[in-house]
Design a protein. Structure first.
Length: 370
């Protein structure tokens, strides 16, 4: 792990050479873990397990007494600095020690209140440091996965798929969406996952027309679509899968919609290769669905990157295109959602290779009834 961390820091420092600051502050949890190996998690959005401060020559992990021992064990490439009253009040001392003139910070992670506190303490201590907002400096490094990261994602996926297969064997009329969601969550943890990647989605009948439905007390009925979206987190890395099935015999609408979604996914994956832009991949699936008469019922992007976070770059969507690169791992998840009837979404994970894209899933799309 030490060599991996060193390589990641070197890549980051190359990106920082042309920036308008000499110290980079990292607070975003996944970025902090990626660059240091420090696995502590922020308990909520206004609390932090620690911060990285990276200069051309030094790297510091600043944390409090709760995490100091863990930091020294896990982040061996970093100097450990313990603060007592929160990072903001100790920031002037740390920046003085580093002789910082400009501090780059992650604008997506630092709240306005936290920014104000940084400024307040820097002014109070007469520290002449400019605060410079940044965006995606580490996230863009994380887009292309190292071989060990891909293996970690595969291991997470194996757990997720095995749990779902066991659930299919026990599915019965009358069980509620909430009960199924809990069975998934419990199964993932019992199978070795450290947590769920996100709260599982189980949506049946008309509820399946809601792409991000929250499980309810609605009982499962025969002949209606049941949309599942779930994933595990294992060793920090996430999996993300969607399947839609029917308990009993599906109606003609389900058969038609399912086939359109499955074909759209296959066409998009077939087109994925290095150098092709993400907007083009999204358009292939979107245009096919529209040509089949369902264009108004597919509103979200085709997919997103997965790694230390469930949703990360790159995004397969109609906006902000970027070219695919070897090592990128994304979902491909077209969906059709018909109000009052339900919906179908099929989501696989793929890794971009030199000659195309490999599907990481082993859970068949051909089983859609139980």
């Amino acid at each position: 792990m030490g060599k991996t961390i060193s390589n990641r820091l070197a890549r980051l420092r190359t990106r920082l050479k042309d920036q308008a600051f000499d110290t980079f502050l990292v607070l975003q949890g996944e970025n902090r873990r990626y660059l240091s190996g420090f696995t502590a998690e922020d308990s909520q959005c206004n609390e932090s397990a620690g911060a990285l401060l990276i200069t051309p020559e030094r790297q510091i992990l600043a944390t409090d007494s709760r995490y100091e021992t863990q930091a020294r064990i896990e982040a061996q490439k970093f100097e450990i600095y313990r603060y007592k009253e929160g990072l903001a009040s100790w920031l002037p001392e740390i920046l003085g020690m580093l002789q910082t003139k400009g501090l780059g910070f992650e604008s997506a992670r630092v709240s306005y209140l936290q920014f104000q506190k940084f400024q307040e303490h820097l002014i109070k201590d007469a520290t002449n440091v400019s605060l410079v907002p940044t965006e995606n400096l580490v996230e863009e490094l994380r887009m292309t996965k190292e071989p060990q990261e891909i293996e970690a994602i595969k291991e997470s996926l194996v757990i997720s798929e095995s749990v779902f297969e066991s659930i299919l064997n026990t599915l019965c009329v009358g069980i509620t969406e909430k009960e199924l969601a809990w069975t998934i969550e419990k199964g993932l943890r019992q199978s070795g996952a450290e947590s769920v990647a996100f709260p599982p989605i189980v949506a049946s009948g008309p509820n399946a027309a809601l792409p991000h439905a929250i499980p309810t007390d609605r009982p499962i009925g025969r002949g209606e679509p049941i949309l599942f979206d779930w994933g595990a987190r294992l060793n920090g890395y996430c999996s993300d899968i969607s399947r839609t099935i029917v308990l009993g015999s599906p109606d003609d609408t389900f058969k038609k919609v399912y086939q359109v979604v499955q074909d759209a996914q296959s066409m998009a994956i077939e087109a994925m290769k290095p150098g092709v832009d993400t907007q083009t991949i999204d358009k292939i699936a979107r245009d096919f669905i529209a040509a089949k008469g369902f264009g108004d019922y597919f509103g979200h992007g085709l997919g997103h990157g997965v790694g230390l976070a469930t949703h990360e770059k790159p995004n397969l969507s109609p906006v902000r295109p970027m070219n695919l690169e070897v090592g990128m791992v994304t979902t491909v998840e077209p969906g059709i959602y018909l109000p009052g009837w339900g919906g179908v979404r099929l989501e696989n994970m793929v890794v971009v290779k030199e000659d195309g894209a490999d599907v990481l899933n082993r859970l068949s799309l051909d089983r859609w009834t139980v």
